[in-house]
Design a protein around this ligand. Structure first.
Ligand code: UDP
Length: 234
């Protein structure tokens, strides 16, 4: 497999074509952003840690029957993935109230939700990922009814698998964001699952082990990501 040209550079990752038209190399950077890119920084070794964390989680999800873009980890910072047509609708699942939900509804962070919730956001940097609903996603052609159905079913299944996986390792899965794409007529999970896009709290101390340490200047960011990697490899 030969890595060819860079076709995309995002805030935390780059994508490269390969000699196979169906496969891309996803490269993880150390750059971190928050608040729609207004806060920027570097988390030392984040690319290496996130590539390993995401590879472990995607492998585990595939074993449990979730369809994903992941093929294999290639190196410290690179994984091989199936080429997707990204569906520009981000799915957020929550088990405990935090972040934007608390701001929007005036809730105290840490309030348990009596069942998992699902929110949709339109993937648009210039607009700052505004919240949408299924009706808007369909009207503007961002996702079909069938795609939305598959995304929702997959997202709740992933939540069940990941909540249990993290719980067994002493971590509460508070919330997380997923992205999906279409590949050969199938809806696959894409992007990454890492502390950049999940809220993870230590079950006994409630200490944050995710990007909120960077967003809120709590310190020990790299250490927290490293601890998540250690736990997911258990
Ligand atoms: N999230 C993300 N990318 C985004 C927005 C949110 O990965 O563009 C993740 C975030 O890390 C958290 C979950 O989705 O785990 C819910 O985020 P929330 O809506 O609370 O927004 P926030 O206040 O964190 O921006």
């Amino acid at each position: 497999m030969e890595k060819r040209e860079k076709i995309y550079e995002g805030k935390a990752k780059q994508l490269f074509t390969t000699d196979d038209a169906d496969l891309l190399v996803q490269y993880f950077k150390d750059e971190a952003t928050a608040f729609d890119g207004k806060k920027k920084g570097i988390i030392e070794e984040k690319g290496v840690l996130n590539n390993k964390i995401s590879s472990r989680i995607f492998t585990m999800l595939e074993e449990k029957g979730v369809k994903t873009h992941f093929v294999k980890r290639l190196s410290d910072r690179e994984m091989l993935v199936r080429r997707l047509r990204i569906i520009p609708v981000e799915v957020v699942i929550r088990n405990v109230a935090a972040g934007s939900l608390c701001k929007r509804l005036g809730l105290e962070e840490g309030t348990p939700l009596k069942e998992p919730t699902l929110e949709l956001f339109y993937k648009s940097d210039p607009l700052g990922d505004p919240m949408i609903n299924e009706s808007l996603a369909k009207v503007f052609g961002w996702a079909t009814d069938s795609e939305l159905g598959q995304m929702k079913e997959s997202a709740f299944k992933i939540n069940r698998i990941l909540s249990e996986f993290f719980n067994e390792r002493g971590i509460i899965l508070v919330d997380f964001k997923l992205e999906f794409g279409e590949h050969k007529g199938q809806v696959l999970l894409g992007d990454e699952i890492t502390p950049d896009g999940c809220r993870l709290w230590d079950k006994s101390t409630l200490e944050k082990m995710d990007k909120d340490r960077f967003r809120r200047d709590l310190g020990k960011v790299e250490e927290a990501y490293r601890e998540v990697l250690r736990k997911v490899m258990e």
